[in-house]
Write a protein of this length. Sequence first.
Length: 726
Amino acid sequence: MSKKIRKPIKKEKDFSGKILKILSQNANKPFNYKQIGAKLELDDTNSRNQIIKDLKILAAQKKIVETEPGKYLVKAISQDYYEGTIDMTSRKTAYFICDEFEEDVFIPTNNLNRALDKDKVKVYVYNRRKGKRPEGEVIEVIERDKTEFVGVIDIQANFAFVSTANPKMYTDIFIAKDKIGEAENGDVVLVKIDEWPKRADSPFGSVIRVLGKPGEHNTEIHAILAEYGLPADFPVEVEVYAQKIDTSIQESEIAKRRDMRDTLTFTIDPKDAKDFDDALSFKKLENGNFEIGIHIADVSYYLEEGTILDDEAYQRATSVYLVDRVVPMLPEVLSNFACSLRPNEEKYTFSAVFEISPTSQVINQWFGRTVIYSDQRFAYEEAQYIIETKDNTIPVDISITGESYVVSDEIVEATLKLDELAKILRKKRMQQGAISFDKVEVKFNLNEEGEPEGVYFKISKDANHLIEEFMLLANRKVAEYIGKQKKTFVYRIHDEPNEDKLIAMQTVIAKFGYKIDFRNKGDIAKSLNSLMEEVNGKKEQNLIDTLAIRSMSKAKYSTDNIGHYGLAFDYYSHFTSPIRRYPDVMVHRLLQYYLDGGASVDEETYETKSLHCSNMESLATNAERDSIKYMQVKYMQDHQDEEFLGVISGVTEWGIYVEIVSNKCEGMVRIREIKDDYYTFDEKQYALVGATSNSILQLGDEIYVKVKNADLVKKQLDFHFLRRAE
């Protein structure tokens, strides 16, 4: 259905919000009704009478003060006005997030006053009586979180509207005829909000890029990137700059480094990896200990500060791993070639070299620049085969070469010893309170066109843990080395869990017979680890894993070291992945600077950079999550006639969320679609209850479903309810 053009002013119930906004923006200047009318561009009698009436109501409510007859100031009680951010719901209402309130402040729809999700705003807070939830009204939008949005354009004769699929974007965007550009009706476009006139229902914007037709694979992938402001390609000038870098290995540079080319070295990475950030070296020492090197691509050698290449890498801050592609932080000439620790090639590296005892005690440590030669590249599956069988002949079915091959006895021995030491390190971490989240990852088998042909689950095994433990060791020891010098550094920090979220999680898991020990943070960690072990392999595992992860604080980068709760480390940094993470590049630069005797750098500068990297990491994570949702919907489109066994993973007043057991795809069964009774939502039981039969549908129940609708644009699945599982 076509939209009608919006006419100037819809009739207002009152002008209270606008009056408060005007007075708060001019806090020291009293206004009368005529001046307010002029500010609002209203001069008709009805509007003026309404303004007079609203002024008297606001004065009676003690929100404003009549300083002299007919003149008003906003009430000078600063504690009623707060700055914070908007958190929109999907129901066109919002919550105001502010550190000064223990609970979020509710913002009704008519009090949003043009604020959008995550905008920084000033809010007037009222209803603050004990026992009452505080409510607020947006007085001013201080700063927009974003001004660019992805949506589908609906073009009319003289104008257009763009509607987004984002449930938190409660308004469409008006596009004037001369701002439509090359877009055709129904295209997916990227638009920019230019202004939001006072009298307009919708913001005014312009089309800045046409992404394609809805539902087409590349359109939807590019739409995901554009939605989060993530680039799809490198600027030409950056690519040209990168191509001109001398990536040859020079004897003059080798002379400045520790030469470890003769030490046995190999990499273990995913089968489809293109960039190899890290390698391990192994040497037995005469005293019975082992020299183990964690060698990381020396990206900072090629990535010079102040260049356009470095500026681009910093802006990106991270590589983005979508289901069908990687959007790298660095151009391919560096990420896949010069910096990648490929087999049978000499490479510049930055290394953490440890002397480790047979009981995994670190006896000595050394940090610095090195040159290495990788003797072997393994996929995790190949290393896992060696660990499980102790066999040195890799079979065809897991070989990355496509044929069976023999591994040297030296490498087999090194792999088995590293696995043994890693298991000791892991056991120590768990005993110290680290939390083990081995959440099942959903992966897709894609054909040449990027279409999903199958779903499989990625599960961490011993080979994954081997690499993980030695990377954690390097990250921890680098952070500890600088941290104990009290010099400015970029840490990876992780705060303690959110207690409210843990309590909410306890309510849910209690339905399955589980509980969390809240006595102290050590007990919480042990309790969560026990829970993870107990649910492993059970139908509710993915649900409880997800709830547990959501209860955790988010890890982030900061110069303020508060430790890493999840890993149970007092010091932790990111040192091991500079090809794909800019904070690791900063860590390498700072470490070398301090090794050279440099004084502590400016903390504020690096805190700003850390915040930027944390924000970009969050956007990349959201894009990656959206790409998985998109691919799940795309996969389910081809299975619309099949029945699936699912587990109820969420219950709301409008229906139940169901996660399919065989592929982890999640969709919704609307409450009206469940025909065997009339169901209502019971908030206390967190369940749907049948009015006639009293039958219950609750978390963890198994039911059979069928695809009703698969919406690629919204990335949503709707299911038909078929029956309960017996």
